[in-house]
Design a protein around this ligand. Structure first.
Ligand code: GEK
Length: 252
């Protein structure tokens, strides 16, 4: 298994370590794929805990003879968690990302571990893919990259495609309307990145690169939207600074 890639084999993220004259808009290309596990671990507080929680929620809410979706799967970290937690159950998984580089590498990771649970890995825009007969839908840090106008229609299609009692897990970076709160909590996130070895140059160049690419909503905005599309219950099950994971449950 010498050449088999593993999600834990981290190539260090130094994408923004050198000064760039003009920082381009962030793209999920080959260069990002190569460092992605390291980048997300060092940038997103609570990332591992969220994956563990997704596993637990899947164990409790996956329904036999249904589909589980990982929308914006990147290298498939959440897909692997879904798969581990429905092993030996009659479910199948649909994992979708619109970055060909991500999907190619995700396929290698998924094949590196044996499982009897079928996974359809699709290179597609999540706003264009049908969602049917679902019991668990995960959007882990991807809604924030989707055109704000397309978010509610996507959530509506997910709601419509869920079985009664089915769940949606959405993890996002959020912002706060209150400026003092925004500054204080953003400071905590910046300290998290500094303590994980990112320099001021890396932090500021990454921020410029994500401007107009990652567009956050407030927690209230998310919660109201879950209610608008029909979810009976919606709340925050995890928060670390300005990173939140929401759970929305369709009524039985
Ligand atoms: C994880 N969920 O490790 N359709 C499909 N994919 C998209 C779209 C779209 N419209 N827009 C962006 N993406 C993963 C992490 S990363 C989060 C998700 C981050 C994809 C994009 O190609 C990228 O792979 C992913 O969404 C976001 O649990 O990098 O902060």
């Amino acid at each position: 298994m010498k050449n088999t890639p593993h999600l834990t084999d981290h190539q260090r993220d130094t994408l923004f370590a050198q000064a760039h004259e003009a920082v381009g808009a962030f793209q999920f290309d080959e260069s990002v794929v190569a460092v992605f596990p390291d980048m997300i671990q060092r940038s997103v507080p609570g990332y591992q805990t969220i994956l563990t929680g997704i596993g637990e929620l899947t164990k409790c809410h996956a329904q036999d003879h249904t589909q589980l979706y990982d929308l914006g799967c990147s290298l498939g970290a959440a897909t692997l968690t879904l798969r581990r937690n429905v092993e030996h159950r009659p479910c199948n998984i649909v994992a979708i990302d619109n970055s060909p580089a991500m999907i190619a590498r995700a396929g290698q990771y998924l094949h590196a571990y044996h499982s009897d649970v079928p996974v359809d890995l699709l290179c597609a825009d999540v706003t264009q893919v049908p969602i049917t007969n679902a019991s668990v839908v995960v959007i882990n840090f991807t809604l924030q990259f989707i055109d704000p106008q397309a978010r509610q229609p996507l959530l509506q299609r997910i709601y419509d495609g869920l079985q009664p009692g089915g769940i949606l897990i959405v993890s996002e970076k959020i912002h706060f309307e209150d400026n003092a709160l925004q500054d204080a909590i953003e400071h905590l996130h910046l300290q998290f990145k500094r303590s994980n070895g990112y320099s001021e140059l890396e932090i500021s160049q990454k921020r410029n690169s994500l401007e107009n690419v990652l567009i956050s909503d407030t927690a209230d905005f998310h919660l109201n939207r879950f209610k608008t599309v029909g979810f009976a219950s919606a709340g925050i099950w995890f928060q670390a600074y300005n990173f939140v994971s929401f759970l929305a449950i369709k009524g039985a």
